[in-house]
Write a protein that binds this ligand. Structure first.
Ligand SMILES: Nc1ncnc2c1ncn2[C@@H]1O[C@H](COP(=O)(O)OP(=O)(O)O)[C@@H](O)[C@H]1O
Ligand SMILES: [Mg+2]
Length: 385
């Protein structure tokens, strides 16, 4: 398979090496836990550093709430995850037990989860640009293709062919800040999830993102990860999950009903959506497994075709630059100004940043020499700059 970054970036920029610290696990290492940073679906999350072989790496440590008897399952999952080496998958470190609790150690990704990005866009009254969603999907599909097919050794020393993620959601894919890279987190750690609010029965995964088959209790297959990824992109762009909507607290009966009907296509809810892109997500979220993408490579190819029919696909530098704008503290005021509301005038550094973003995203989001930010309402964009 062609490396998407090489293909895309070489069109405009010299191909540069990805500079990720999380590619190598030192042979001898120690973990220093620094502080608690939150409570996730898996349990408490801490920030820490790995020190070893003359390097230090920032990590997150997730302490499992799972009872003792699940430690062996966890150990198995982590053992497979540690063997994944991919630019778009956060490295998982070897399993540790502390105080009889399993600890998952993973590279700390500086950036934003797609769920945070979705909420940010909702708050700004914007929609995450389709082409960037296509790029994120493409890189994630590339990572899944790798992970689904790479030979790995299980704890008994036997070779297994690939591993499923089983919990692809907007919360488990991040856009990394430094390079605009896409990074999948919590790879293959589905069994960790203990958040009962998110589960009906004993499914492993997140409601609204697990496929109808997983919801019914069937075993996970490759197509279910494809469903998760397409539902993730759909949720990111539409602003909400169609099966478990955030606003109206869906009852179990409603969720069950939502799982039984096809979700409306993006073009149905937002007519200005690119039909080719909408079609891809429709296929990816079809109720019947046979109608979905059979594997990551097929989805990857369709996303690539979509990006290339758009001229050529956006590159991660433009995504990074766009993210800098969206997260700039002055950006909301600036948008308010554009929309005719009273807000402080933009500073010179902000206007400089805006110019930079215009240059960096020139081929993907410009109309009439202005930056076209996507919205959910007609005509589908707002012009700034
Ligand atoms: N490897 C990581 N790097 C940076 N932030 C992370 C990482 N893993 C988790 N986080 C942050 O912690 C939050 C909680 O993570 P997690 O325990 O996996 O629960 P959930 O997947 O339900 O959000 C994530 O939503 C994310 O904001
Ligand atoms: Mg997670």
């Amino acid at each position: 398979m062609v490396d998407p970054l090489q293909t895309l970036d070489s069109k405009k920029n010299p191909v540069e090496e990805l500079d990720f610290s999380y590619q190598n696990i030192p042979l001898n290492w120690d973990l220093l836990i620094q502080k608690k940073i939150g409570e996730g679906g898996m349990g408490a999350i801490y920030q820490g550093v790995i020190v070893g072989d003359g390097t230090t790496k920032k990590v997150v440590v997730k302490v499992s709430k799972r009872p003792q008897e699940h430690i062996q399952d966890l150990r198995t999952e982590v053992h497979l995850a540690t063997q994944l080496k991919n630019n778009y998958i956060a490295t998982t470190y070897p399993f540790k037990i502390y105080d009889e609790k399993g600890m998952i150690i993973m590279d700390f990704i500086e950036g934003h989860t797609l769920d945070q990005v979705r909420k940010k866009h909702n708050a700004l009254g914007l929609r995450f640009p389709e082409k960037f969603a296509g790029l994120v999907g493409w890189l994630a599909a590339e990572a899944l293709h790798y992970a689904h097919n790479v030979p790995l050794q299980n704890l008994e020393g036997k070779l297994v062919c690939g591993v499923l993620h089983r919990d692809i959601t907007t919360r488990n894919i991040m856009i990394e800040t430094e390079q605009g890279n896409t990074v999948i987190i919590d790879y293959g750690l589905g069994i960790l999830r203990t958040d009962s609010a998110q589960t009906i029965g004993q499914i492993s995964g997140t409601l609204g993102f697990v496929s109808p088959q997983i919801f019914k209790g069937e075993g996970a297959q490759v197509q279910d990860d494809m469903y998760g990824l397409c539902m993730t992109l759909y949720t990111l762009i539409s602003g909400d999950n169609p099966i478990v909507p955030e606003k109206s607290k869906a009852t179990p009966a409603e969720i069950m009903r939502n799982y039984q009907k096809e979700i409306p296509s993006l073009t149905q809810i937002m007519p200005h959506t690119n039909p080719q892109f909408s079609q891809i997500l429709q296929r990816g979220t079809a109720i019947q497994r046979e109608e979905r993408y059979p594997d990551a490579a097929t989805l990857y190819t369709d996303l690539k075709d979509f990006l290339f029919t758009q001229g050529f696909g956006p590159i991660r530098h433009s995504l990074r630059s766009y993210m800098e704008l969206i997260y700039h503290p002055e950006f909301p005021h600036y948008l308010d100004n554009i929309r005719g509301q009273i807000a402080p005038n933009p500073s010179v550094p902000f206007l400089k940043k805006l110019e930079e973003v215009k240059v960096q995203t020139k081929d993907y989001m410009q109309k009439d020499d202005q930056l076209a930010l996507e919205t959910r309402e007609a005509p589908g964009y707002i012009l700034i700059g």
